[in-house]
Design a binder for this molecule. Structure first.
Ligand code: ATP
Length: 376
């Protein structure tokens, strides 16, 4: 990929992140733009979230920035501030050591920005740009050259042992940028043991992969690296789910990342039964679909259950114009028979057999009386 000349960094920085002028003026300690924001700046790609590292006190800088709201995380000495409507994360430069594979690291403050860069995942994310003094590129691992060559290179051989979620991050970047793995990175990455990480952390990174504009490639890569098992036809299913969720009526039914992840990696569940069903009447469709998690609904639709479109648009919101009080007022005794009566009226309404309040009441009362007789 082409990166911008380092000579143009200052101008690119000013254009992409004008809000950082305030940081330059406020910081007493050395402060740097780091991580994905530097990578994206070099690539000339729109703006990404901003991560800053200060060799000093992150909370103090946040306070000096007049942050209306700072959220401090004790453990990692980080603070969030909002500058001109942009979210900026400020962290204290730190060194990390991993007491056990997959565990959260032990951290201590660092006195050099290079130490902080050394704890990062890939060379392309291990660059910094100082915000005070002359703008330059701090690139100890050759990240810019790797960006140009289109490769992901871990900083050291133990990287995926220390933090296996980096393998999931690799899929995200490889898919997003179309990058390959540097040969020395591929071996350790393929040996990653994702089991040493908590389910929550694993899932959080898988969701971030699923949220990418083109997630299918990332899941394919993870499977090719032997790190996950795809659902049969999972890639095609994830693509269809992605399409469905990009337009009405499915657009806002479920968060896209959850549904795409379930499509790619989930084990087949209730959606298979829904997809195989061909309900002959709306009331049967409602009976089948009601109570299913929305993720299952969208998966079933992607598997071919077209009838779910009408369930979503129309049938699931059909309501009666009567309620239990109306039945009781008509002489039905309080109890399960009331519910039976209402269910029957709803069924008939859904199937277009009755219209209007009077007809609903008549059907509901008759069904409730029938139920009362059965109960003796
Ligand atoms: P995106 O472009 O998807 O927003 P990003 O590259 O900005 O992603 P973040 O997850 O926001 O990545 O993390 C910011 C930076 O922190 C990364 O660029 C990387 O340098 C570092 N980082 C994040 N997670 C890890 C990790 N698990 N191991 C090492 N470094 C990490």
């Amino acid at each position: 990929m082409t990166t911008i000349p380092v000579d143009n960094l200052a101008e690119a920085l000013r254009r992409a992140h004008p809000e950082l002028d305030a940081v330059r003026a406020s910081s007493e300690a050395p402060v740097y733009l780091v991580g994905g924001a530097v990578r994206d700046l070099l690539l000339g790609r729109g703006r990404s979230d901003v991560d800053l590292v200060v060799v000093g006190d992150a909370a103090a800088l946040a306070a000096r920035l007049g942050a209306a709201k700072t959220v401090e995380h004790e453990r990692f000495a980080t603070a969030k501030v909002e500058l001109d409507g942009h979210q900026v994360d400020i962290a204290t430069a730190r060194a990390e050591t991993y007491p056990q594979p997959g565990a959260l690291p032990e951290v201590e403050p660092a006195t050099e920005i290079e130490t902080d860069l050394a704890r990062r995942d890939f060379t392309i994310n291990a660059m910094a740009v100082p915000l005070r003094g002359a703008v330059s590129l701090i690139d100890p691992y050759g990240g810019r050259a790797d960006l140009e060559a289109g490769v992901l290179r871990a900083l050291h051989a133990r990287s995926f042992i220390d933090d296996p979620t980096r393998a999931l991050r690799a899929a995200r970047y490889a898919a997003r940028f179309g990058f390959g793995l540097e040969p020395g990175t591929e071996g350790p990455l393929r040996r990653t043991d994702l089991e040493t990480v908590s389910d929550d952390r694993r899932r959080a990174d898988l969701l971030r992969l699923a949220a990418e504009p083109e997630p299918a490639r990332g899941f394919e890569l993870l499977a090719a690296w032997g790190l996950v098992e795809l659902r049969p036809e999972g890639i095609a299913l994830a693509a269809r789910v992605g399409e469905l969720l990009s337009a009405p009526p499915w657009q806002r039914v479920v968060p896209r990342d959850r549904a795409v992840l379930a499509a790619a990696l989930g084990s087949p569940g209730g959606e298979e039964r829904l997809a195989a069903a061909r309900p002959e009447r709306p009331s049967l469709a409602v009976e089948l679909a009601r109570g299913h998690d929305p993720v299952e609904l969208v998966l079933a639709r992607a598997l071919g259950a077209e009838w779910l479109d009408r369930y979503l648009i129309e049938w699931r919101s059909v309501r009666l114009e009567i309620d239990g009080d109306d039945l009781i007022a008509a002489g039905v005794r309080q109890g399960p028979a009331v519910g039976r009566g209402l269910d029957e009226a709803l069924r008939r309404k859904l199937d277009g057999e009755i219209a209007g309040r009077e007809a609903q009441l008549e059907v509901a009362v008759a069904a409730a009386r029938g139920a009362e007789r059965c109960q003796g």
